[in-house]
Design a protein around this ligand. Structure first.
Ligand code: ZN
Length: 316
């Protein structure tokens, strides 16, 4: 009797799984993780394939995927997904985590924003005190550049009626561990860490914005994959939206190279209690970018872009 019941249950479950998996519609089954299903769910046209590139041009948003790559061009802004887009038997598939945690926030931000009212924003200028951060050839220090950008951004946000608090109010060293703690203490709604970059290759230039990779997904830079769950992971969806807004706005304002919204397990991103990003506003190791970052006008452009993108999120 028990054996017969087990067989019946197994058959029933198999039927349910087959039905869910193939999502039978007409004669052609549509897989729930396929790019075609994504288009159907968000009222977008079916993708057009040219070589290894897949193009979706909707009324509001344009998307370009590349087979075998994590690169997504969302409205011409580069966003690194958690996993690559794969192609099997002339069908393209996204990882389930990118459907829920990358594409859904970008394609349907309204609902998400309504669930996350924004009152307090933490601006976290990197380094400080005994830690200068990166240093340009002219002697320009990262700690000074990022403090000025954060301070300007704070003033602009306050004018907009948004409560903005800096993790350091002067040239003072604060540990990486203590920065997200300030956000926790103030019950903050967004955490924005501001840095400038440096590289061995003097030609490297442009802006990159970092968010956490999903649990079990790799960073963009080569690293060991990790299944650790961090406090920051619970805000993956809002973080990608915040990153996209800030990244796009700062690129538009500066007309510099788009190095993408990247995935990194930086300490402040792992431990932030709210949606969090870390923006690298340019390269001090690049002579022409160092010159730009030394200009108050250029720093003001970046600060304005960050403030305006937060205002956009607040007003959803
Ligand atoms: Zn830094």
């Amino acid at each position: 009797m028990l054996k017969k019941n087990l067989i019946t249950i197994s058959l029933l479950l198999a039927t349910i799984f087959v039905a869910k998996d193939t999502f039978a519609m007409g004669t052609k089954p549509i897989h729930p993780n396929s790019l075609e299903e994504l288009s159907t769910n968000y009222g977008l046209p079916k993708y057009i394939q040219k070589n290894n590139n897949l193009f979706i041009k909707g009324p509001k948003n344009s998307l370009v995927f590349h087979i075998g790559s994590r690169r997504l061009l969302f409205n011409n802004t580069l966003i690194m997904m958690n996993k690559p887009l794969t192609a099997v038997n002339k069908e393209a598939f996204l990882s389930p985590i990118d459907i829920t945690d990358t594409l859904a926030p970008l394609l349907a931000p309204k609902e998400l924003l309504q669930q996350h009212p924004i009152k307090t924003v933490i601006l976290d200028p990197g380094h400080g005190g005994s830690d200068p951060g990166a240093r340009g050839k002219s002697g320009l220090k990262e700690k000074d550049v990022v403090f000025d950008i954060a301070k300007r951004c704070q003033k602009k946000l306050q004018v907009m009626g948004i409560n903005a608090v800096m993790t350091r109010k002067k040239n003072k060293f604060i540990t990486l561990k203590n920065r997200p703690k300030i956000a926790t203490k103030l019950n903050a709604d967004l955490f924005i860490s501001i840095h400038v970059n440096s590289a061995g290759n003097n030609a490297a230039s442009g802006i990159e914005t970092h968010i956490l990779p999903a649990v079990g997904s790799p960073c963009t830079a080569p690293s060991k994959s990790s299944k650790n769950v961090y406090p920051g992971h619970k805000n993956n969806k809002m973080s990608v939206l915040l990153a996209y807004y800030v990244h796009q706005a700062t690129l538009n304002a500066t007309k510099t190279c788009d190095r993408g919204v990247r995935r990194s397990r930086f300490s402040v991103l792992r431990n932030a209690p709210c949606p969090a990003i870390l923006i690298e506003c340019g390269f001090l190791s690049n002579k022409s970018e160092e010159k730009k970052l030394n200009s108050p006008l250029y720093r003001d452009k970046i600060a304005t872009a960050i403030a305006k993108s937060i205002e956009k999120l607040v007003n959803n």
